[in-house]
Design a protein around this ligand. Structure first.
Ligand code: AMP
Ligand code: TRP
Length: 339
């Protein structure tokens, strides 16, 4: 079993990233170790430059993200953790795969549509091409499993199509590229903004109040959750219901923290007096889950040189795998000298 995922070094990572993705990375690393597989995680700086950004900040955010992943439990000695731009094989593969990617499919990507609307100065061609690079990220490593949140479902489907189209066109009966499966968690795959439970929690949200960051202090987490939007049902009703987005989101967060189902989380609160009890149960669970990560982070982030060395070592290991795939792809496509 081989697992791959990518995460952008943009902004501060939030509770949605943690529950939807980062936690599954750590689980994937463990499962890979037990099953003799390999877990590979990439900080995708080349994806981050497809929207407006600050170059000096990008480098800092890359270290922030690496430190956070390590603090959350990724161990560079038992997985491969690296920075995308250190492996040029991925970018070359992106271009080669572009020849089996349908323009019409890229046009249909939700994330492209959403992100293009928020760009004031320029909608870059890079933003349009983003999913092809993402496909190259995964296909370069011939992975079978990709842990991601719900918002990445369409991108994973696209990379499956790209792999299949590539094999059909150039594989000569062989499965040169592997079509990966997504691994989207059952609970917490789409954590919503606390102030606006109709929108997903995100770094670019309108208000800081609706977003819990992994590194937020416990007091701040408590305050944000206390102010979370619920509803005006009288008497208050703690239950999962599409008409109760705020309450459902809180139950989903509680369930994800405690590894139970949202309905079970609601059942545990059967004696609650109101939404205040729900909010404090969620606060306690979130604080307990994130505290160890925040405590480890400071120490790891302080040593930039160690982080840099660790990323470079990861890239060396990654390049070895990606170069072998790229050689097969070039050869099948008739690109370059006879191999
Ligand atoms: P990004 O920071 O955009 O690179 O996202 C990193 C990972 O977090 C991806 O796998 C996303 O699917 C996941 N993710 C982002 N936002 C959320 C959210 N609100 N709920 C659950 N997962 C999320
Ligand atoms: N597009 C992903 C996101 O926004 C990040 C990403 C880049 C990724 N390459 C990947 C995720 C490969 C999974 C596999 O979250």
């Amino acid at each position: 079993m081989r697992i791959f995922s990518g995460i952008q070094p943009t902004g501060r990572k939030h509770l949605g990233n943690y529950i939807g993705a980062i936690r599954q990375y750590v689980d994937g690393q463990q499962r890979a170790a037990l099953g003799g597989g390999l877990a590979i995680f990439c900080i995708v700086d080349l994806h981050a430059i497809t929207v407006a950004y600050d170059p000096a900040e990008l480098r800092q955010r890359t270290y922030d993200t690496a430190a956070l992943l390590i603090a959350a439990g990724l161990d560079p000695a038992s997985c491969i953790l690296f920075r995308q731009s250190d492996v040029p094989e991925q970018t070359e593969l992106c271009w080669l795969l572009a020849s089996v990617t349908a323009h019409g499919d890229l046009n249909r990507m939700h994330q492209f549509k959403e992100k293009s609307e928020t760009q004031r100065e320029l909608v870059s061609a890079g933003l349009f091409f983003y999913p092809v690079l993402q496909a190259a990220d995964v296909l370069a490593y011939r992975c079978d499993e990709v842990p991601v949140g719900e918002d990445q479902r369409q991108h994973i489907e696209l990379m499956r199509d790209i792999a299949e189209r590539f094999n059909a066109r150039f594989g000569d009966g062989r499965e040169l590229l592997i079509s990966p499966e997504h691994r989207i968690p059952e609970v917490g795959a789409r954590i919503m903004d606390l102030q606006d439970p109709e929108s997903k929690m995100s770094t670019t949200a309108a208000s800081e109040e609706g977003t819990i960051y992994v590194l937020d202090e416990p007091e701040l987490i408590k305050r944000k959750l206390n102010r979370a939007v619920t509803d005006s049902d009288d008497p208050p009703r703690i239950a999962c219901d599409p008409d109760k987005r705020g309450v459902t989101n809180l139950l989903e967060i509680l369930a994800a923290c405690k590894a139970i189902s949202p309905d079970e989380a609601a059942a545990e609160l059967a004696d609650a007096r109101g939404y205040g009890d729900l909010k404090s149960a969620v606060s306690d669970a979130v604080i307990e889950m994130l505290a160890p990560v925040r405590e480890r982070y400071e120490l790891i982030r302080a040593d930039e040189q160690a982080l840099e060395e660790s990323l470079l070592r990861g890239a060396e290991q990654a390049r070895e795998i990606a170069a072998a795939t790229l050689a097969d792809v070039r050869s099948a496509m008739g690109v370059g000298p006879v191999g």
